[in-house]
Design a binder for this molecule. Sequence first.
Ligand code: PXP
Length: 251
Amino acid sequence: MTAATGIPLRLGVNIDHVATLRNARGGADPDPVRAALSAQQAGADGITLHLREDRRHIVDADLPGVMNAVSIPVNLEMAATAEMQRIALAHKPHAVCLVPERREERTTEGGLEVAGDASRLRDFIAPLCAAGARVSLFIAPDERQVEAAAKVGAQVVELHVGAYGEYCTKGNDAARDAELRKLFTASALARHLGLEVHAGHGLNFANVGPIAAIPEVVELNIGHFLIGEAVFVGLNAAISEMRRQMNLARM
Ligand code: PXP
């Protein structure tokens, strides 16, 4: 919970890389459903999973498996394709986050091009909203994209903080601070336009503080680092420590 802003900061735990490990052996272990239940027990506010076109980690059966197992909201990340829209409408997760997807990328590298694809995205989003999903767009902290997100009918923007994280890792303080300023500006604009603001990608214990401190941000989605940390300390301890750091920054 928060002191400075009064707005609680939720933690969505992305379990994709539990599925990455499972798929490496082609069996059933480690089970993403068990990971989702552990994350819920550890205090996660939501479970996020990305069903990619190539099914490299999460596979189709994981979505209903996780949705049936947990009582916290499930956020389905997906590309804006007809196939994914059909899947989302069939299962009706609490939230859908639209992300750009390229087969050759290792992870979601950039934000969604909303401004240049507005009419298609408006048509794509409408049935998802009508089915009750909270639709989020994963975008770079770019005012043009924020304005376009509001216009196409999204309720949420998730700001891509990957560039900020990389500058932190490289120790490039000037570039990190410039990226943080962009994130502050984009968050304020999004809130002003009536959008809920989330953030994610590449967050870890070392860099989460300044992002958690952005007053308009109400949800962080964190995956790779937490699953990696769980190898050493367990998922429960990794999530508890992340939540502690988030709360500390928020105060
Ligand atoms: N949010 C979105 C929209 C993502 O695509 C990802 C990566 O799948 C994340 C958050 C989580 O990023 P990471 O695994 O680096 O914590």
